[in-house]
Design a protein around this ligand. Structure first.
Ligand SMILES: [Mg+2]
Length: 170
């Protein structure tokens, strides 16, 4: 079940301080492509800026943990005023260790918010980090689209299994 996210949201803006406190999380690693920025675009949406500000006001540090290039990650990180770690090679453990060292929090008190099961969620689960899956901002590049198809099938199966194990009380 290493591909199963601990939580599923439609946008990073749902990952509020209250959402994090409820899960004993006090620091956040966030993916860049299709989580904060549609792939192929350089335009940061204003709601994401205010989301980061609300976390900052709550004293929750955020770092960008991306498999993207130096230039792309640096530009967004600078614009948002947070640290950006590029070329991380998620889902490898060293990526998440790097993020944890940067944030200074233990894995179980840290969340990874991202749009892909095979990089963000898998890596977070293996590292003992709280995994939060967001709906991707764009369909993505061709190889991503193939993975997304598989991700949707897995998520459907998880949802079915959840309903089977926990039937809603009438
Ligand atoms: Mg992504």
């Amino acid at each position: 079940m290493m591909l199963r996210p601990d939580a599923v949201v439609t946008s990073v803006t749902e990952v509020t301080p209250e959402f994090l406190y409820a899960r004993s999380v006090r620091a956040v690693m966030v993916d860049l492509d299709d989580t904060l920025l549609p792939s192929g675009s350089d335009l940061l949406e204003p709601p994401f800026r205010s989301w980061l500000e609300s976390l900052s006001r709550a004293g929750i540090p955020v770092v960008i943990l991306s498999n993207g290039t130096h230039a792309r990650v640096a530009r967004s990180a600078r614009e948002l005023g947070i640290v950006g770690l590029p070329l991380m090679g998620k889902p490898l453990g060293r990526a998440f260790q790097r993020g944890l060292v940067q944030l200074g929090t233990p894995a179980r008190e840290t969340a990874m918010v991202g749009d892909q099961l095979f990089t963000d969620v898998l890596g977070a689960n293996l590292a003992g980090v709280v995994s939060v899956l967001v709906t991707p901002l764009s369909p993505g590049k061709p190889h991503t689209q193939m993975l997304r198809h598989l991700e949707q099938r897995l998520l459907k199966r998880y949802r079915r299994a959840e309903r089977a194990v926990w039937p809603p009380s009438p």
